[in-house]
Ligand binder design. Structure first.
Ligand SMILES: [Zn+2]
Length: 343
């Protein structure tokens, strides 16, 4: 249902409402990247119409669109939280940004002369694997000096506490920096892979890899300054597969632009979203990928969705709660022990 077989959704490009006979329909256009072509196109997709009908004057039915802004009442959220048995927490770049992790996206987000979308592609890797490995080597090394923040900790502590009560917390994240795991979260679905996993382009073997540097030739390379010259490392000196006599070239096990998400991970995400009775969207807007793919279907089941991010929510998206501000500040009081928790 995510039309992801051949396309990677890059983001929501526009949202518009449309009238038809029954309802105001919210349409969302995603910008997508076709595999191999790098070509962007728009795919309109009907999301949800949050409508109910009431009797108007003279018995005429008129739609009562619930356009009220989400609640920012923490006490109300805590009542819902206290009853939830399965909590799904969707996290995005904002959570990592509060730990100082660079994204190489948007204004000022450059590594040398490039942004992530220039280097995080299969085409860039086949053209210049040395440069792409320098970029990822730099990103891995940067993580040595970064730590999980209060939002990561609040999520992992909540998971540990609730698991003792027979309740579950799952983190569904687009972040590849493993800060959720480092904070202690155990049930984490990394939909974009990890900086600390490699995949062999020859045999496909996926392995954890925390070496620093990942190979001798990358030692001291990867500087982000725009005047830095490419290291031009020979392909045989780049990270290589250590499986029995394979020695194939390794690549970062991350989802690049133009690539599809792992169907096994998506199946797990789907299962979690079907059973969750509370959904949090943290560090990303629920109208921006990836939360835009997941949160509306949860809300459509009548399950409360709570956003914790820096931006306001378009009023048309009727989620239950919205808490504005840095999630390192807003999340801990929301997820701390509730008075009804006895363990
Ligand atoms: Zn291999």
């Amino acid at each position: 249902m995510y039309f992801l077989d051949k396309q990677l959704i890059l983001g929501v490009s526009s949202i518009y409402t449309q009238k038809n006979e029954e309802a105001d329909v919210i349409n969302v256009c995603f910008s997508v990247c076709e595999r191999g072509s790098g070509f962007r196109q728009l795919v309109p997709r009907r999301l949800v119409a949050h409508l109910r009908y009431g009797a108007g004057e003279a018995g005429r039915r008129i739609p009562l669109v619930e356009m009220s802004r989400p609640s920012s009442d923490l006490a109300e959220f805590r009542k819902v939280f206290a009853k939830a048995k399965h909590i799904a927490i969707i996290t995005g770049a904002g959570v990592s940004a509060e730990s100082g992790v660079p994204t190489f996206r948007g204004a000022g987000g450059y590594w040398r002369k490039w942004q992530a979308q220039d280097l995080a592609t299969p085409e860039a890797f086949s053209r210049n694997p040395s440069r792409v490995w320098e970029f990822y080597h730099y990103r891995r090394e940067v993580m040595l000096s970064k730590s999980p923040n209060a939002a990561h900790s609040a999520i992992s502590e909540c998971e540990a506490r609730l698991s003792r009560q027979g309740r579950s917390v799952v983190v569904i994240t687009q972040n590849i920096d493993e800060l959720h795991r480092r904070a202690g979260s155990r049930h984490v679905l990394e939909i974009h892979g990890s900086l600390f996993k490699t995949r062999c382009v020859n045999c496909g073997h996926v392995a954890e890899n925390y070496k620093s540097p990942i190979c001798a030739a990358l030692h001291g390379k990867g500087a982000p300054d725009p005047n830095t010259r490419d290291a031009k490392i020979a392909v045989e000196d780049l990270p290589r597969c250590e499986e029995d006599s394979c020695k194939g070239l390794l690549r970062p096990h991350v989802v690049w632009f133009g690539e599809t998400l792992d169907p096994d991970i998506l199946t797990q995400v789907e299962k979690e979203l079907e059973i969750c009775d509370l959904c949090l969207v943290v560090g990303t807007s629920s109208v921006v990928y990836p939360a835009a793919m997941f949160a509306p279907q949860v809300a459509a089941r009548g399950v409360p969705v709570a956003e914790f991010n820096m931006e306001t929510t378009p009023a048309t998206m009727r989620f239950a709660f919205h808490f504005q501000g840095p999630c390192g500040t807003t999340l801990p009081p929301a997820l701390e022990r509730h008075e009804t928790e006895v363990i």
